[in-house]
Structures are given as structure tokens and as C-alpha cells.
Design a protein around this ligand. Structure first.
Ligand code: PMP
Length: 430
């Protein structure tokens, strides 16, 4: 065995593990969770806004009345009552389905894994937005997919770029297996597709015969008006829709779901059974009890108002404090704004300085498979309170100004180059 002293099994790993790399977000969590750091990095829902007494009462009632079911194995597809309740939740984004076509998963993250397992062989192409959700990129990489980014504009996934990517593949005799999109309150871009844009993307996918994978964990967290109707509301056969209770109730319960065309649903259930036998009955029944007995729409409204206030704090302070040349998206819901730094600045290289100044963000490169995104960063406003957000932006603006001064003096940002002019790798923050 050659291996290494640290890991004697390294030569035995399956090839697919080459694509399994710690995300930049993971490495950051250790640093960003120190109390003195204002973290605009992680996307943790502010579950403190839940009424914990009500939650305790829900769990207690569940255990007293149905403990032997909640603590037992359940069906691979998920609890039938919960699947019916999910229909009520999805009605908010105009999705109609049969409860039979829903599969409950351990968060929508697991649904991403199952869909990819069912559809993608190594080398299969998945088209994703540029940038895209880091957790989905991790799944596609783990299944050795060929991930191709497609440009976004201020209405989301760009239809011309999508058509072009499909045509380019066609010219090479290839065809994508899936188009993965987050149409509402995008992670990390903070952009929402208009209804016209959704229709257009669906048409392109359908005429090319490519499955659309619609990921919608933030759909109910819009700050103005009605939640946007999902793409799945327009088409039952060509779209797999993923939903989640992580952001609307509690991420720690790990309950999400997929709605899939009937035949696909069967395969997903088989894949789920081989992965976990069944999703947690305890978590599912907690959600089910909560939906049946608690004012969940009111809770979502509370979350929406909380996140809107934090979004406002972020956008106001960015407006007031950011140096000229910096731009950012203005999210109408969800958790994130996507910042573009002034020309020549590098968010990855700048991060150690930011952390030193006690503010953390996620560098844009984490949201691309191919090294793009150096000039970008994702800022999350979901967790810190408005005062902390303002303080975080103040610190960040100071860091960017410092980089600009150095760039003006030396022609590039200090973090990019050391005195000998060679690239300095970002230190391991883990
Ligand atoms: N998709 C997107 C776009 C996300 O942002 C997240 C969580 N950050 C997930 C899926 C996974 O969420 P969960 O597994 O908690 O449902």
C-alpha cells in the first residue's frame, strides 16, 4: 500500500471521490462562527424566530399520542399525510400534484442526490446557472457529471446563453441530461426569474428534450406580493420540483421533498430506499403535526418580515458604505446578495484580510466549477441582526477600500501578490 501517512487508504478510493472537495463555505464555518466575527457567509436560517414553546408542545403531543409511530421506520416514499400537506404548501407556488408523485427526502439536498443518482452517469452533462448553489455542484461533482455553467442576467438564467450551450453540445454530438435552476431568490445570485423567463426556459428545455430540475427552497420567502409561481406549475412531465421545510420551518429537522413525473418517482423511491431505507419518521411527523396544529403561514410571514428587514439593512448599508465600482444584486426574497468587486480585486485573496477585520463572506469561486467568480462574493443577511449586518458591511467596506488603495499603488491588490510579485494562495482557514 503506498497511500500516505495521513490516510493509508487514499489509493483505494473510488474515482468519484476526486470530485468530493470541501467547499469554501465549510472551511469558513470554523472561523466565521467565532462571536467577534460578523458572518455574512453561511446561509443559516434564523430558527430563533420560531416559537419554541409551540414547537416543544408540538413535539410533546406527537410523542405522547403517536410516539410508537414517530420513533419507528416508515415508508421509503415518506409519510402519506405529510405528502398531502405538502400539496397545501406547494399550492402557494401554484404547483398541483398527486400525493403519489411526491417523495419526502432528508432535506432537498438528498433529493438533489437522488435525482442525480437516477439520471447521471459519469461524464453526463448538467447545465447550471453561473453561479450556482454550492451544494448542488458538490452532488454533480460526486457523480462525476460534466457541469457546464450558463450565464445569468438580471432576470436569471439567460435563454440565449442556454440555447447556445445546448446547440454547442449538439454540435459535439452531446446532449445535457438536466438543466438545474433556482428560479426564485437564487442562491447565491439573489435574482428571481420573471414568469416570462420561466416559460421561455421551460420551452427551451422541452424542445431540446432535456429534464428541468427546479430547486425552490426559498420560493415562499419573497418580500413583496405573492410567491412566484413555480416552473413546475406550467408543466408536469418535463420538470422535477424540489421543495424544503428548511427555510420555512426548521432546517434541523431535515425534511424536503421532490415532485417528479410518475415513472421517475418510482426510481427515486428505490434510490432513496437504498440510501436511507426511509426518511426520519420523527422529523416528518413533527413537521406534519406542526402543519396540522400551528399557524404555519403566519410563521412564514414572520420569517419573511424578519429577512426583509435584514435585506433592507444590508442594501442600505451597501449603498452608504461601499466604494465606487462595487455593485450588488437587490434580492426580492431569500437570503443572499451577490456582490461584484471593483475591477482588479479578488474576493478569494481578500478573505484573510476580511476575517482579520472580523467580517466573513463566501468568495464567488465557491459557486463555480471552473474557477470563475474571483471578483465576486456572496453576502447572506439571514442570520445576523440588522445592527450586526451594518457593522459587517462597514468592516467589509474598509477592507475593500484598503485593497483599492494598494491596487492603486502597486497596480493590483496586495492580497493577490506578495512583494516578489508571485501569487499568494489563500491560507487554509479551516
Ligand atoms: N438548494 C438550495 C438552492 C439551497 O440553498 C439549499 C440550502 N442552502 C438546499 C438546496 C438544501 O436545503 P435542505 O437540504 O436543507 O432542504
Amino acid at each position: 500500500m503506498s497511500g500516505s501517512r495521513l490516510d493509508p487508504w487514499v489509493d483505494s478510493y473510488a474515482q468519484r471521490t476526486a470530485g468530493m472537495q470541501a467547499s469554501e463555505i465549510r472551511a469558513l464555518f470554523a472561523v466565521a462562527s467565532r462571536p467577534e466575527v460578523v458572518s455574512l457567509a453561511g446561509g443559516m436560517p434564523f430558527v430563533q424566530a420560531l416559537n419554541m414553546e409551540m414547537m416543544a408542545a408540538t413535539v410533546s403531543k406527537l410523542l405522547m399520542e403517536r410516539g410508537a409511530i414517530a420513533l419507528q421506520y416508515g415508508s421509503g416514499q415518506g409519510d402519506v399525510v405529510l405528502r398531502e400537506q405538502i400539496l397545501d404548501v406547494m399550492a402557494e407556488v401554484k404547483v398541483t400534484a398527486h400525493p403519489d408523485d411526491i417523495i419526502v427526502t432528508t432535506g432537498s439536498q438528498m433529493a438533489l442526490d437522488l435525482v442525480t443518482r437516477v439520471f447521471c452517469d459519469p461524464g453526463d452533462v448538467v447545465l447550471v446557472e453561473a453561479p450556482s448553489y454550492v451544494g448542488a455542484l458538490g452532488v454533480f461533482r460526486a457523480y462525476e457529471c460534466d457541469v457546464i455553467h450558463v450565464a445569468m442576467d438580471d432576470e436569471g438564467l439567460n435563454p440565449e446563453a442556454l440555447t447556445e450551450a445546448i446547440a454547442k453540445l449538439g454540435a459535439e454530438g452531446r446532449k445535457a441530461k438536466m438543466i438545474y435552476t433556482i428560479p426564485s431568490f437564487h442562491n447565491p445570485a439573489g435574482i428571481t426569474q420573471s414568469q416570462e423567463r420561466r416559460t421561455r426556459i421551460l420551452q427551451i428545455a422541452k424542445s431540446a428534450g432535456i429534464l428541468l430540475l427546479e430547486d425552490d427552497p426559498y420560493g415562499l420567502l419573497g418580500f413583496e406580493g405573492e410567491p412566484p409561481a413555480a416552473i413546475r406549475a406550467q408543466d408536469e412531465e418535463g420538470v422535477i420540483y424540489l421543495g424544503s421545510f428548511s427555510k420555512t420551518i426548521a432546517s434541523g429537522l431535515r425534511v424536503g421533498w421532490a415532485v417528479a413525473p410518475h415513472g421517475v418517482r418510482e426510481k427515486l423511491v428505490l434510490a432513496a430506499e437504498s440510501a436511507v431505507l426511509c426518511p426520519s419518521n420523527y422529523s416528518q411527523l413533527t413537521i406534519s403535526e406542526y402543519l396540522a396544529t400551528q399557524p404555519w403561514r403566519k410563521q412564514i410571514k414572520t420569517y419573511r418580515e424578519l429577512y426583509r428587514e435584514r435585506r433592507d439593512a444590508l442594501l442600505d448599508s451597501l449603498d452608504q458604505l461601499m466604494p465606487t465600482g462595487t455593485s450588488w444584486t437587490k434580492p426580492a426574497g431569500g437570503f443572499y446578495s451577490w456582490v461584484t468587486l471593483p475591477h482588479g480585486l479578488d474576493a478569494t485573496a481578500m478573505l484573510p484580510r476580511a476575517v482579520q477585520q472580523l467580517v466573513a463572506y463566501v468568495p464567488g469561486t465557491g459557486f463555480y466549477i471552473d474557477g470563475q467568480g474571483r471578483q465576486n462574493m456572496r453576502l447572506s443577511y439571514c442570520y445576523p441582526d440588522p445592527e450586526r449586518i451594518r457593522e459587517g458591511v462597514r468592516r467589509l467596506a474598509g477592507v475593500i477600500e484598503g485593497e483599492l488603495e494598494i491596487a492603486a499603488t502597486f497596480g493590483t491588490s496586495s492580497a493577490l501578490r506578495n512583494s516578489s510579485g508571485t501569487n499568494v494562495p489563500a491560507p487554509d482557514l479551516a
